[in-house]
Every structure is written in C-alpha cells, then in structure tokens.
Design a protein around this ligand. Structure first.
Ligand code: SF4
Length: 357
C-alpha cells in the first residue's frame, strides 16, 4: 500500500480550512501546536486569533507581562504552557535574535518543547523529516498495525519504528498534519468512518473488524474535590488573591477559600479558610453559586458565598488586592473562578468588557 501517497492526496482534498493552516511563520505554527494539545480545533480558533492579535511575533510575546499572557490563555487550561511560551520567547529574543531554530534538538532545549512540539514545529514550519506522535496519530497507527491495548505514550517508541516504514521523504509537515487530520475527522475515537478512509486497504483493525475496540478504552479515575470561596465586596471592590507561581494554576487569581475537609460543613470550612488566609472571622455568609469544573486529574465543585468580614484582612500587597468590579475581568482566573466573576458582574449589570493588564 502506498500509505503516504494516499494519505497526502486525501489531506489535500479534505483538510479543514484553519487560521494557522498555510502559514509559514514558525511562530504561528508553534503557538497553534501548543494550543491544540488536548484541546479541540473549534475551542482553539478564537484563542489563536486573539493571541496573534495581542502577541503577533516572538518579540511581542517576550515583552508582554505574565498576567497579560495568562489572561490571553484563560480558559485553555494547562497554564504552565502559557508560562513556557513566554519564557521560551524571552530566551529566543535574548539568544537567537527572536527566531525559532529549525533543529529539533535546539527546540527541545527551550521551555515547553517536548518531542511532539519540537517535531511539529520543525516539520511543519521548516520541512524537516521529523515524525511525531500525539493522541490522534497514536490511535490511527494502533489501528493500522492492529496493536491491541490502551493508547499510552509508553508505546510511542515502538509506533515510531512502525511509522518509519512509510514516512515520506518529501512533505513531512503535510504528512504529519495529514495523519493528525485523519485521526480527527475519519479515524475517530468512537465509530471511525472506515468506508471513507484512504488507508483502509492496509488497515489491520479494519481487516479484522476490530477498529471499534482498538485502542482499548481508558480507565478514567477522577479525584473529586469540594472547595469553598468567599466573595468579599467593599465599596465597589472585591478581594482577590494570587496563587503561588509554582504549582497548579500558578500565578492565576482566585477568591479566598480552600478545600472542605472530611466531615466539615461548607460554612465551617469557609470560616476556617478565611481565618487561616486573611486572619479574620466572618459575620455574614450567604450562598452565591455552585460551579462544577473538571481539570485533568480531578473534578472540583466550588461553592461560592457572599461574605462580610469581621475585621480587616491581613495586608499582603504582592499577593492580595481589592479590585474594582469594573477591572475584575482584566485578571486571569481559572475557569471555575471566572464563572463566579461573571455572576458577580452580571448582578451589578456590568456588560462584557474584557481588557488587558
Ligand atoms: Fe482508522 Fe478505519 Fe482507516 Fe483503519 S480503516 S485507519 S480503523 S478509519
């Protein structure tokens, strides 16, 4: 089977018209590839367009403040990626004249560049023959070669060896994109459209009728977390605080609060957290809203309460701010907290008005 020829011909006819397709700017390729990791194309489009408007090149990204970068990323999750983009841009400006190198090894030395991103940028932007594996490609290859079991990154080395057998000498960037596009549009996780598939004549899973069971489904286990937060308003301002730079959702802003302990009531948890964090008690607490949000490893239910405090919160200017309601949207929040921000502004009758730091 001439796998690559069929695949490339199919790609030429069926590829989606996306804002980052057909651009040769390595920076644009880099940004789109990072945004597309674990996020759907439709979700990425508005983020990509906004990002390229705010930070049109590596120098603009390097010069931007971290809060502005995190704000532009808000809602995509995996905030470490946004931090790495900015760090890498700053290194590229300082050491490489603001240009990305075409060599995958040099790319991998930059923050946030793993094997996938390095191969994607060097093949798509620079035409280097660098095969890559991501979730779509992994699934396609497991089916084509009839490899049973779960789709896990530990298989990638073996899959790359298989892939080498038909990796084309020409158009490696198109080939990589074609494999990913085939996985997204035809060789879908559920109900693959085998009758429309350009490589079905050489597909072991299709030949044995096992395309629906390869790869085996993932066993998903989520941790469930209950958390409480206090919305504390005074004179048209609300109290927010910044998460530590390292760790989960680092550098984003949130409302004071924390996890509910086993056997603890939500109100008791809120009182304890606000006392621990702000050094004050509460005099009035009213439920505001409940937000459910899923992160990669856990699901959180966030209970937000309107709170009035007894006393003055401990000052911590680097970490904590009273922010005017009209400026609240300018701060980067995790998605769950961002929903609380919208509710607060909605009840004040404030229309949508994003902005930069
Ligand atoms: Fe996937 Fe079906 Fe094509 Fe095989 S024939 S690669 S299972 S879509």
């Amino acid at each position: 089977m001439d796998f690559s020829r069929r695949l490339l011909a199919w790609y030429a006819r069926n590829k989606r018209d996306l804002p980052w397709r057909g651009v040769s700017d390595p920076y644009a390729v880099w940004i789109s590839e990072v945004m597309l990791q674990q996020t759907t194309v439709n979700a990425v489009k508005p983020y990509y367009e906004k990002w390229m408007g705010l930070f049109p090149d590596i120098r603009a990204l390097a010069a931007a403040s971290l809060p502005k970068v995190l704000k532009a990323w808000q809602g995509l999750g995996y905030y470490q990626r946004a931090r790495h983009l900015r760090e890498a841009a700053r290194i590229l400006v300082a050491e490489r004249g603001g240009c990305l190198p075409d060599d995958p090894a040099a790319l991998r030395a930059l923050p946030g560049f793993g094997p996938y991103t390095a191969a994607a940028v060097s093949s798509i932007a620079f035409g280097r023959p660098e095969p890559l594996i991501e979730a779509n490609v992994r699934r396609v290859l497991m089916r084509v070669f009839g490899i049973e079991g779960r789709a896990e990154a530990s298989r990638d080395k073996a899959l790359l060896k298989h892939l080498a057998a038909f990796y084309p000498a020409r158009r490696p960037g198109d080939f990589n994109q074609a494999l990913m596009e085939l996985g997204a549009l035809v060789c879908r996780p559920k109900t693959p459209l085998c009758l429309l598939c350009p490589v079905r004549t050489g597909c072991a899973a299709f030949a044995s009728g096992r395309q629906e069971v390869i790869p085996a489904p993932k066993a998903r286990t989520y941790r469930r977390i209950e958390a409480v937060v206090g919305v504390i308003e005074r004179d048209g301002r609300v109290l927010i605080q910044r998460r530590p730079a390292d760790g989960l959702l680092g550098g984003l802003w949130e409302f004071p609060g924390g996890k509910v302990r086993l056997g603890e009531s939500r109100r008791a948890a809120l009182g304890r957290e606000l006392h621990e964090e702000l050094g004050v008690g509460t005099v009035q607490v009213r439920p505001l809203m409940t937000v459910d949000h899923s992160y990669t490893q856990f699901r959180v239910t966030l209970y937000a309460f309107d709170c009035a405090l007894k006393g003055e919160p401990e000052a911590d200017p680097r970490r904590r701010r009273w922010v005017r309601l009209a400026r609240l949207r300018r701060y980067p929040f995790p998605s769950g907290s961002a929903k609380i921000v919208e509710r607060i502004l909605e009840r004040q009758g404030m229309s949508l008005c994003g902005g930069a730091f």
